[in-house]
Ligand binder design. Structure first.
Ligand code: BGC
Length: 723
């Protein structure tokens, strides 16, 4: 009998491999009854740091996960976070997702997904742990650099092609961290309190788009709590919304160490448990996989009749579906790893996301330089290392200094460190190497940089944050809005030389720039990955005309809002409990929604980004629900403009933001060339979420469509009525 079952299972699997999606459910129906209770239990929890078992006797493979989201993480030991020491796992490092979002280019997002998906496939991974789409709520957020900015519409549009690109390789994405994981400081104990309108309008849309439009096959629960329940087993978020309202048929994976309770994990949506009770994240013995909440305690619970098998079968059904979509997909390929195409993709995305924030007197692009002084540790420090789970072992990383030297080979390029961040960060056995021997005082380093500038015609400062703790790094937030390590003093001193000064800010977060009036050119470069230096040189030289736009606001000061008190951030300790309550009382007024509505001028607005050319807008007109507008490249060089559509509801029964992004298009235009663009104004673009009725509501009346080059640079507006 046993032999017959094995044969049947083999036939079923063989058939599943040769036919695709439509009959997957049938295959699962046939396969499921053949699994023993123990085999099913084994499937729903990890067997090592990043893998969970299949069913070897039936040819069901193991599931292997990898971080994510900017490159394929080096292999770590079976049961430890330390690197396994492989020598064939050095990946292509892609730009951080903040950069991808700053491209406002959905084609580049698709390219990103396809390329990183190929790398994951080559490394035999089932699930790529990314992308992350938590909303940028506060500039201190330690993981903002891994996410797609402050706007739900922009993140929704940018995440979908990434998901589709990765999954086109038969590798699943794992959209994270679902949901409301918007800061790191108390990430395991913070309970987020917010109203439903804010939840549905701001914090859910990008996840919903990833699931419904992108078709994401897995989702990662977040560490924090909502409704006093951890989000890796949260009834409202996972059962009611994700699997209920959105009809998600994939797998919910816990964040590593995010599962806390067998009962809740069984009933409230968790399908696959990772990272519990192993060293690294929580306390406990190593190799304790049998003690996972969804391991022996679950098995015992079923055997004693405490739990039925219905939930288990649902979890296993989802896991088998994942198997047929990935490891067992028909014609699954082999992927590609660290190849010229991937380097080219990384460079294109990096250059496409760099934002020209300021360019007085056309200091940029650099022309006819004889001597360039490059100052700043970020010009030489490896920035693919550090930052937490997204840390990489890159095959190569072109530093900004090397990129500048290569591009400006005719000029003399000299380097001064200017400031020091202290010991190099190491993660997974990879060190963020740069010359650590520094015995100069901060003042001496500044003086040396000023002295070195004497006969230079350009000074390029490459500074910002790095991926050290309390900078842009998982597990902790920033503690100051200003630049660290005395960089303000350095920039002030170099500005006083009166030379052509360019400040290149590397970060995934907004920073204060108190010296902004004294520095003629400022460039926002993100954590750009392997091709960082080449992409920065592309933009500084004008080989690439910058076209990135900010995916979040740079406020002048933190006190400009919208977060003013401890209740809002980082939350307040609940008496007698290990819980911190955080209140999102700013509601939907996150980022530019706040600054616009309150008329507070930011340092740099959401959507802002300059070009080496200029664009002229025609007058927008609305016919029915179609908006048309023309845009012309009125300058002398080719370039791309991101045309942004914002909607204002002038007569709403609820407080609505002054305007909200509801459309964008990136157009590449030759000098003198024009394009006519049309946008559909959908019901969705006009509606707000009515929490009492639990539905989106479109109130008839007057609306205004604003079209422009940034949220604070509207070029044409048009009123229209909805009956
Ligand atoms: C992070 C996840 C990551 C996981 C595995 C967790 O600490 O929050 O984003 O995917 O570790 O490394």
């Amino acid at each position: 009998m046993r032999k017959v079952l094995i044969l049947l299972a083999t036939l079923v699997l063989a058939a599943a491999c040769s036919t695709k999606a439509p009959d997957i459910e049938k295959k699962i129906d046939e396969l499921l009854p053949q699994l023993t209770l123990e085999e099913k239990i084994a499937m729903v929890h990890a067997q090592s740091k990043f893998s969970s078992p299949g069913v070897p006797r039936l040819g069901i493979p193991e599931i292997w996960c990898t971080d994510g989201p900017h490159g394929i993480r080096p292999e770590v030991a079976w049961d430890q976070w330390k690197q396994a020491g492989w020598t064939n796992d050095s990946c292509t490092a892609y730009p951080a997702l903040t950069c991808l979002s700053a491209t406002w280019d959905t084609e580049l997002s698709r390219l990103y997904g396809e390329s990183i998906g190929e790398e994951a496939l080559y490394r035999n991974k089932t699930v790529l742990l990314g992308p992350g789409v938590n909303i940028y709520r506060h500039p201190f957020g330690g993981r903002n650099f891994e996410y797609m900015g402050e706007d739900p519409y922009l993140s929704s549009k940018m995440v979908v092609p990434y998901v589709q690109g990765v999954q086109s390789n038969d590798v699943a994405v794992c959209v994270k961290h679902f949901a409301l994981n918007n800061d790191e400081i108390h990430r395991h104990t913070v309970n987020v309190n917010l109203d439903d309108r804010t939840l549905y309008e701001i914090y859910l849309p990008a996840f919903k788009a990833a699931v419904q439009e992108g078709g994401a096959w897995t989702v990662m629960g977040a560490y924090n709590l909502y409704n006093n329940q951890h989000l890796c087993h949260n009834e409202r978020i996972l059962m009611d919304i994700l699997k209920g309202e959105w009809g998600f048929d994939g797998v919910v994976i816990s964040d590593w160490g995010g599962c806390h309770d067998t009962d809740e994990a069984v009933r409230y949506g968790l399908d696959l448990e990772y990272g519990t009770w192993t060293d690294g994240l929580t306390m406990g013995a190593t190799n304790a996989y049998d003690n996972y909440f969804l391991a022996k305690p679950y098995l015992d619970g079923i055997k004693s009749g405490k739990y039925g098998t219905e939930e288990l079968d649902d979890k296993v059904r989802r896991l088998l579906r994942l198997q047929f979509r990935t490891n067992l997909a028909e014609g699954r390929g082999h992927g590609r790893f660290v190849c010229p195409d991937h380097s080219a993709a990384a460079r294109k995305i990096a250059a496409g996301g760099i934002v020209l924030l300021k360019n007085d007197s056309n200091v940029l692009p650099i022309k006819g330089a004889r001597k360039i002084l490059v100052v700043g540790e970020n010009a030489v420090k490896m920035l693919t290392v550090g930052g937490g789970s997204s840390s990489l072992k890159a095959k190569y990383e072109i530093s900004p200094l090397d990129g500048i030297k290569a591009r400006f080979a005719d000029a003399e390029v000299v380097f001064e460190r200017g400031y020091s961040s202290g010991p190099a960060r190491e993660q997974d056995g990879v060190s963020a190497k740069f010359d650590l021997s520094e015995d100069r005082t901060p003042a001496r380093m500044v003086a040396d940089a000023v002295a070195a500038s004497q006969d230079a015609d350009y000074i390029i400062v490459v500074g910002g944050l790095n991926k050290n703790k309390n900078q842009d790094c998982e597990g902790a937030d920033r503690t100051e809005y200003g630049l660290p390590y005395g960089q303000d003093e350095l920039i002030e001193a170099l500005a006083a030389t009166g030379k052509k000064l360019v400040y290149v800010n590397i970060s995934g977060n907004a920073v204060a720039m108190p010296w902004i009036d004294k520095v003629p050119a400022v460039v926002q470069a993100w954590f750009l990955g392997s091709e960082a230096g080449s992409a920065i040189a592309d933009v500084l030289s004008g080989d690439v005309n910058p076209s990135g736009k900010l995916p979040f606001t740079f406020p002048v000061e933190m006190s400009d809002g919208p977060i003013f008190n401890e209740e809002q951030y980082p939350g307040i300790q609940r008496e007698g409990e290990n819980i911190i309550d955080e209140y999102y009382s700013e509601g939907v007024f996150v980022g530019y929604r706040w600054y616009d509505t309150k008329n507070v001028k930011p340092l740099f607005a959401f959507g802002h980004g300059l070009s080496y050319t200029s664009f002229e807008y025609g007058e927008a007109s609305v016919k029915g629900r179609k908006l048309s507008v023309s845009v012309k490249n009125s300058g002398k060089v080719a370039g791309a403009e991101v045309v942004q559509l914002y909607i204002s509801d002038t007569e709403a029964s609820v407080a609505r933001p002054a305007k909200e992004l509801k459309g964008f298009k990136k157009v590449f235009l030759q000098p003198g060339e024009s394009a006519k663009l049309t946008f559909d104004i959908t019901d969705e673009a006009l509606s707000f979420f009515d929490a009492d009725a639990h539905k989106w509501v479109l109130e008839p009346g007057e609306f205004v469509a604003h079209v422009g080059s940034a949220s604070d640079d509207i070029r044409t507006s048009v009123k229209f009525n909805v009956k």
